[in-house]
Design a protein around this ligand. Structure first.
Ligand code: FMN
Length: 273
């Protein structure tokens, strides 16, 4: 069962501005007779624990379970939009990686950022399965390539994916056309009853994708892996997701063995305005 938010108000600090009440997306805050915000007991379970009240309070008067205004990250920190635009323009799918694993420090940063990503209804039951050990990645690779070779031999793939013909030689030679020899992957998995079980994982790994590329860590989406997980019980066993969870998005990552001299020049997108 969902537990309450541990919502607390320091009335010494509160200036009764009402910003917290105005910004609450689920309207679980109201004013008491003296004008202070309160969360009525019967509404604590309706609170989605998004911490908007905590974040917006100009005086740091609100605290919650896991959220202390004294130690919170500054609301003023803001990167230069031109830098963000440059990052987005230069982001490329990396399909050639250095064999060495991502450093312990960088991996720690990856794990740290994951909890900041938004989810529908602020349901944070999504889990991230990170394949950190390159030996484990090799196991995924072996099972997947065996499966792929089988599908190629059965000629089944030729029907659904005719362009496989161009990759046959590579597959026969054992080239990793699925995980691209990436040293790591991260799989985002949702519980089957999450309100936004499809969107949350893609959003989360898209945020992570941008962050990783800002750290000069290469990334590549791996839609093929999702199919492999669907087909192979062995892969699902290796993933070892908790019961009731399904892998929804996969991102490969590692230090790139390539450098792009320029951004791509995409065609204009269609915008209706
Ligand atoms: C939903 C999705 C699934 C993808 N799956 C794969 C994949 O399985 N293998 C792969 O090499 N690239 C995959 N990609 C990467 C795209 O092919 C790539 O984004 C596209 O070619 C554009 O290149 P860029 O990312 O360098 O701009 C996927 C991308 C998306 C958005």
């Amino acid at each position: 069962m969902k537990s309450g938010p541990g919502w607390k108000l320091d009335s010494e600090k509160c200036v009764r501005c009402g910003a917290c009440i105005g910004d609450c997306p689920v309207q679980v805050l109201c004013r008491d007779a003296a004008g202070y915000p309160v969360m009525p007991r019967d509404l604590t379970l309706a609170c989605i624990q998004c911490q908007h009240c905590f974040a917006i309070c100009p005086k740091g008067a609100i605290s919650m379970r896991h959220a202390d205004p004294e130690s919170a990250f500054s609301g003023d920190a803001q990167p230069d939009p031109a830098e963000i635009a440059a990052l987005l323009k230069n982001r490329r799918s990396v399909r050639q990686y250095k064999p060495e694993p991502v450093s312990v420090e960088d991996m720690a940063k990856v794990k740290e950022i994951l909890r900041y990503f938004p989810t529908g209804c602020n349901d944070h039951r999504m889990i991230f399965r990170i394949v950190e050990k390159t030996e484990e990645m090799a196991q995924f690779r072996k099972i997947t390539m065996d499966l792929l070779s089988l599908l190629v031999r059965s000629k089944l793939l030729h029907i659904f994916y005719p362009s496989i013909k161009r990759f046959l030689e590579d597959i026969r030679n054992g080239k990793d056309v699925i995980y691209r020899d990436a040293p790591h992957m991260i799989v985002a998995a949702s519980p089957k009853n999450a309100p936004c079980k499809k969107a949350d994982p893609w959003i989360a790994l898209s945020y992570l994708d941008t962050y990783l590329q800002s750290m000069k860590i290469g990334t590549c989406w791996c839609g093929f892996a999702l199919y492999a997980f669907l087909f192979s019980r062995k892969l699902r066993k290796l993933l070892a997701l908790p019961k009731g969870y399904k892998a929804e998005a996969v991102l490969l990552f590692g230090y790139p063995a390539v450098k792009y001299a320029r951004a791509a020049e995409p065609e204009d997108v269609k915008i209706i305005d």
